[in-house]
Each structure stands twice: as structure tokens, then as C-alpha cells.
Design a protein around this ligand. Structure first.
Ligand code: PGA
Length: 252
């Protein structure tokens, strides 16, 4: 059975003190049930956030990792360091990384492998920009990102991947994909995984939706059969909004 997951991507927000307070509040409010909740704070907060977690269903994650294992890469943070800080997850290939930091599919693929080698669960992000959707190329773009980022993994390694479909035009814009648009893309991704790795691997892969997900629209998105949770940006910065989204998936 695939897991229901709600992950909060804090991006470059919150001071250390604010981040620890937010994590403490969420740790208090998370209930021990089948929903996995992941907090992805900035690196500098990671060990502090991981250290306050007491709930079995709550985990810490990085927002990125280096594409090299170690060495003279000033300012970079390796998958091994992220693991050693107490994280279990790491977001890889977020569209902001792809756009502002020129992360190619090849770089993203290297990061996925380093994450897996260090026992981190990659939350692999994919998604099209508005012009690509308007040109009718969204399916092709996302298929290609998934293939180039993930399809050289062994079936066993692929079984450890979480995918987040995040249409770039919906990220931070207040415009959400409709439930139909999300379901169409999630089903396409799952079918594509099935062609490559078979039905069992495909049906066990959690595919999250991301892009202006809020307590008010989360339930409708999550009720789709191929939407297994969310990767939440803006709404993860407020404990009440984030917990509203976490609780929305319990209705599934
Ligand atoms: P958003 O961000 O919820 O603020 O749209 C989602 C993400 O980038 O993961």
C-alpha cells in the first residue's frame, strides 16, 4: 500500500527561533495515524527541527542536497550531512532549484542517487511551466523529467522514491491545478511508472500534488485516486493551515 504524505517546504523562510517554534507546535498537533508528515526547513534549522520530533509519523527533510558526495564545494550541503542531521527525506529537483540554480535533469538524477545511497527518501519534483501547458506539451515535459531523473534506477531503488507533481504556474501563485488536471497528470505519471517498472511498483509509489495547496482546496485535490498527499509551500508556514491540510487527507 502506498503512503499518504504531507510535506511542508518552508523554502527560505523563518528564523531559527521561529522555525523551532513552528516545528514544536506541529509536533504537538500531529496525531499518530497513517499519514506521514514531513517538515523541510532550511538546512540551518534541520538538526534543531529533527531534534524536537517525538511523533512516529513526523519526519524532517532537506530542501535540496549537493550533487557531489563531499569535498571542496563551498556552501554546499551533502546528502550524508543531511542524513546525519536527523533527516529522513530530501526534496530534489524543485522547480525553483531547476530555474534559479540551473539544475538539469542530469544533476537532479545524481542527487537522487546520492540521497538513496545515504538512506534518505527523495521527494522528486516535476512539473511544467505555463507556456508548456498552453502549448499542450505538459504531459511530454513531465514524462521526460521523470524518465531522465529516475528511470535508470533499479526497481528496488525506484520503490523508495516519492514523486511530487508541481505545475510551476501553480507554485506560490494562488492558482491551483483543478482536481481534474491534477488527477490526469498523476495518473499519467503512475501509468508511465507501470510501463517501466510494472504495476506493483507503480501502485506503491506515492505521488504528491504541490502548488498553492491550502486547507480550502486540499480535500478536493486529495480525493483523486492518484493523489496521495501534498508538497506544501506557503501554507506550511502556519501551523493551523498546515495541519488543516494534513487533516484533509484523513478523509481520503
Ligand atoms: P506553494 O509551493 O504551496 O507555496 O505553491 C509549493 C512548493 O513549491 O512546493
Amino acid at each position: 500500500m502506498r503512503k499518504k504524505i504531507v510535506a511542508g517546504n518552508w523554502k527560505m523562510n523563518k528564523t531559527l527561533h521561529e522555525g523551532i517554534e513552528l516545528a514544536k507546535t506541529i509536533n504537538r498537533q500531529v496525531e499518530e495515524n497513517e499519514v506521514i508528515v514531513v517538515l523541510c526547513p532550511p538546512f540551518i534549522h534541520l538538526s534543531g527541527v529533527a531534534g524536537i520530533i517525538t511523533k512516529d509519523s513526523l519526519f524532517a527533510g532537506g530542501q535540496n542536497c549537493a550533487s557531489e558526495a563531499s569535498g571542496a564545494y563551498t556552501g554546499e550541503v551533502s546528502a550524508e550531512m543531511i542524513r546525519s542531521a536527523g533527516a529522513d527525506y530530501v526534496i530534489i529537483g524543485h522547480s525553483e532549484r531547476r530555474t534559479y540554480f540551473n539544475e538539469s535533469d542530469e544533476i537532479v538524477n545524481k542527487k537522487v542517487k546520492l540521497a538513496l545511497a545515504n538512506e534518505l527518501t527523495p521527494i522528486f519534483c516535476c512539473g511544467e511551466v505555463l507556456a508548456e501547458r498552453q502549448a499542450g506539451k505538459h504531459i511530454q515535459i513531465v514524462k521526460s523529467q521523470v524518465e531522465k531523473g529516475l528511470f535508470d534506477l533499479s526497481p528496488e531503488d525506484f520503490g523508495r522514491i516519492v514523486i511530487a507533481y508541481e505545475p510551476v504556474w501553480a507554485i506560490g501563485t494562488g492558482v491551483t491545478a483543478t482536481a481534474e488536471q491534477a488527477q490526469e497528470m498523476h495518473k499519467m505519471i503512475r501509468d508511465h511508472i507501470a510501463e517501466k517498472y510494472g504495476n506493483t511498483v507503480a501502485s506503491n509509489t506515492s505521488i504528491l500534488y504541490g502548488g498553492s495547496c491550502k486547507p480550502s482546496n486540499a480535500r478536493e485535490l486529495f480525493l483523486n485516486s492518484d493523489v496521495d498527499g501534498g508538497l506544501i509551500g506557503g501554507a506550511s508556514l502556519s501551523a493551523s493551515d498546515f495541519m488543516g491540510i494534513v487533516n484533509a487527507i484523513l478523509d481520503k
